[in-house]
Design a protein around this ligand. Structure first.
Ligand SMILES: Nc1nc2c(c(=O)[nH]1)N[C@H]1C(S)=C(S)[C@@H](COP(=O)(O)O)O[C@H]1N2
Ligand SMILES: [Mo]
Length: 306
């Protein structure tokens, strides 16, 4: 339940013991309870018999999180530097309840579910990940968005002191990393905020303490370590579209028929993948979730709205 706004907390006001206890309690109530199988009807939506869960060691060591470096191995190496507790989220824009909220207060009392989803990067690798997630709709409705809220925008933390990829010459992006969804996409039952994976708290390299997961879209939509939620009238900008508008759109629905200039999207490499066992397979429209989500885009030209 969303009960209180928090003033800016200085970390010196909190003893390390209380931080530890808060987070431990969160894990016990949340993720462990989630392991008690409160599966919703969408928990394993669209999974196929050849969708083996990707080994945890790959999910947590082969990452894209440019705030910690551009190599796949950089986030696992560097993300331990990030302090994720306390974590404050700023909510603004077209909603009744706006202001600063403690992450724990936003997610307290909301149902956590294990959701096993395919996850597809625009670079054409893919995984199958058992997320621990919370319905994005339930999270957003707490703020009572008004009739002008047509889109929702999410931003990642900016803290160069703990995020080496945001510093100096290594900084290639105009931080913060920003992404957005149409409200009907955000309210779709498949859309979640992930707070864990493999029944455990979310590792920093995967976007602790919470990150978006929209399984029918390319991975770059799934913004990590979110500190800002803004409800808007107009379509928000998104980081990869700002960097290369001809290559990355706003919608970013997985689509084998629309190629990226450097990566054909016709097929993908399912991890683990090796020279002798490349594990290539055809890309599925909407990443295999067409039955659930195609109706969101009826009448739209998806080659133009890529
Ligand atoms: N803040 C932030 N979020 C991000 C990214 C990033 O660089 N910074 N990379 C995106 C991309 S391109 C992908 S494929 C996924 C990767 O998620 P994973 O490392 O948990 O597999 O995170 C997305 N979210
Ligand atoms: Mo990606």
């Amino acid at each position: 339940m969303l009960t209180r706004k928090v003033p800016k907390i200085r970390s010196s006001e909190i003893t390390s013991e209380s931080i530890y206890l808060t987070r431990r309690k969160f894990v016990q109530q949340g993720v462990i309870a989630g392991a008690g199988l409160s599966f919703g009807s969408h928990a394993n939506a669209g999974l196929q018999s050849n969708d083996d869960i990707t080994p945890e060691r790959i999910v947590t060591s082969y990452n894209n999180f440019y705030e910690f470096g551009t190599d796949k191995s950089d986030p696992a190496k560097n993300a331990h530097q990030l302090t994720t507790d306390p974590w404050t989220v700023n909510v603004s824009g077209e909603a009744k309840k706006t202001g600063k909220f403690a992450f724990e207060d936003i997610v307290a009392g909301l149902d956590r579910q294990e959701r096993i989803y395919r996850f597809r990067c625009v670079e054409a690798w893919s995984m199958v990940v058992p997320w621990v997630g919370i319905s994005l709709k339930e999270i957003l409705q707490q703020f009572e968005p008004n009739g002008n809220a047509k889109y929702v925008e999410f931003k990642t933390l900016v803290r160069p002191s703990e995020m080496p990829g945001q510093r100096g010459i290594f900084s290639s992006i105009d931080w913060p990393y920003v992404e957005g969804l149409r409200m009907d996409e955000a309210y779709h039952p498949l859309s979640i905020m992930a707070v864990g994976l493999f029944g455990k708290e979310l590792p920093n390299q995967n976007g602790a303490p919470w990150r978006l997961i929209v399984p029918w879209k390319y991975g770059f939509k799934s913004v990590k370590s979110i500190v800002s939620i803004r409800f808007t009238k107009r379509q928000p900008r998104n980081t990869w579209n700002l960097l290369a508008p001809n290559e990355y759109g706003f919608y970013a629905n997985v689509n084998p028929a629309v190629s990226h200039p450097r990566w054909s999207q016709a097929s993908e490499r399912r991890l683990p993948s090796s020279l002798f066992n490349p594990n290539r397979r055809p890309t599925l429209p909407f990443n295999g979730y067409a039955d659930e989500v195609a109706s969101l885009y009826s009448g739209m030209n998806l080659a133009k709205n890529f």
